[in-house]
Write a protein that binds this ligand. Structure first.
Ligand SMILES: *Cc1c(COP(=O)(O)O)cnc(C)c1O
Length: 405
């Protein structure tokens, strides 16, 4: 990868401000009260009875799966889209369960519903749960899954990691399934450096979750100090004038998606809950900014976005674009890299082709997921993007050398 000093946009950035750090430190002094308060605010906002906060989105998913496994010991498969964040398979393996994949729809990033129906009818008895993912913030059709599993004991776990604050049909994303989770990681809609939120209206699931989350350890003093330093670094390093610095440090592995089931699982710390202070205003402010940038892009790009056809534009985290060949995408990414424009691929490969997992999927093929890995490009929408950046990105995508289909 080219090393570059100078103005560089991060592909995604959820800003942390100095005042958030001050609130974080205040949270440390309030202790568990800060966490209880944050959970209370979340319950009210989402209109749910139960909320649990943990150290990451993958930790959230893993405790959800452990809890469901305890409720349905005869079921061991988790059905996920073949193109999704590597944290998802990591959390499934961590919970000691099996991954069942379904290819995705080329236009919506949601499940390929024909394939989904077939899997449910053939493997319904072993399925513990199905995981619709609101990828990039585009709402997945949870109601359609609900209809397909009607009369079966299959739980719907809504992966709203990228969709906090988003809505579909007037309902908040994360509340459409039986249980939902969000990530408060670095590139998400709202960030506390790292963090995860679980919400549910189901008392039976919440009872089990309370046990599983209660058994998790706490962040130690050293770990809290690490979070504080990391948060302080993010206050300045996400700025385009400085982002080249962390980007050039390979050990930070910025922007890398890795498969790693041995991640830490903890209860959320009071520091993180404190960092989130005033989160509702911040979340909606950032969302307004991103939707403004998205409109600017849509005005400048003569591309059809199929997921836009259905009604109100969704609240996106990044704007996904399908390029007509892998080579052309590589050219565009190289040009973006050279001028620090923050374009990025989505995930490096489909889940079945992750080296540590591929032995399990040798007889399966997920062509659309594979194509997404090869051809998807995502455009940044965060607040550090200027009108000039948007013009330059649109120009790059429009230019003779890289025409868009
Ligand atoms: C980020 C993400 C997760 C995991 O969240 P972490 O906080 O990074 O562990 C899960 N699913 C999706 C779709 C994500 O984007």
């Amino acid at each position: 990868m080219a090393f570059r000093i100078g103005r560089t946009l991060p592909p995604a950035a959820s800003p942390i401000y100095l005042r958030d750090i001050v609130s974080g430190i205040a949270g440390l002094f309030r202790g568990s009260k800060a966490v209880t308060r944050f959970e209370g605010e979340l319950k009210k906002y989402f209109g749910v009875e139960h909320c649990f906060t943990v150290s990451s989105g993958k930790a959230a998913l893993s405790v959800i799966l452990q809890s469901l496994k305890a409720m349905h010991p005869d079921r061991d498969e988790v059905l996920i889209p073949a193109f999704t964040c590597y944290s998802v398979p990591s959390a499934i393996i961590r919970a000691g369960l099996r991954i069942r994949l379904c290819d995705v729809d080329a236009e919506t990033f949601d499940f390929d519903f024909k394939g989904l129906e077939k899997i449910i009818s053939e493997h319904g008895a072993r399925l513990l749960c199905i995981l619709p993912v609101h990828l990039f913030g585009i709402p997945a059709d949870v109601d359609r899954i609900r209809n397909l599993v009607e009369g079966r004991e299959v739980v719907i776990v809504e992966d709203a990691a990228q969709a906090m604050g988003g809505e579909s049909g007037g309902k908040k994303l994360g509340t459409l399934g039986d249980v939902g989770f969000f990530s408060l990681g670095r590139g998400k809609a709202l960030s506390t450096v790292e963090g995860g939120i679980i919400i549910t209206r189901r008392d039976d699931i919440a009872d089990n979750l309370a046990g599983a989350v209660g058994a998790l350890g706490e962040y130690g003093a050293l770990e809290k100090a690490r979070l504080l330093l990391y948060a302080a670094a993010l206050v300045v390093l996400l700025r385009p004038s400085l982002f080249w610095l962390p980007k050039s440090l390979p050990f930070l592995r910025l922007g890398e998606t890795i498969y790693a089931p041995d991640f830490p699982m903890r209860k959320m710390s009071a520091f993180q809950a404190g960092l989130a202070h005033g989160w509702e205003r911040k979340l909606h402010g950032l969302k307004r900014v991103r939707s403004g940038k998205m409109h600017d892009f849509l005005e400048r790009l003569a591309t059809r976005f199929p997921w836009l056809d259905a009604g109100r534009p969704p609240d996106l985290l990044r704007l996904p674009l399908r390029i007509d060949s892998a080579n052309r995408r590589a050219d565009i990414l190289r040009a973006s890299e050279a001028s620090g424009l923050g374009l990025a691929a989505a995930y490096p490969d489909s889940v079945d082709r992750i080296p540590e997992l591929k032995a399990h999927f040798s007889s399966f093929h997920y062509p659309t997921a594979k194509k997404n890995a090869e051809r998807l490009l995502t455009l940044p929408l965060h607040k550090y993007l200027t009108g000039d950046d948007i013009d330059r990105i649109a120009e790059l995508l429009r230019s003779e050398e890289w025409p868009i289909p």
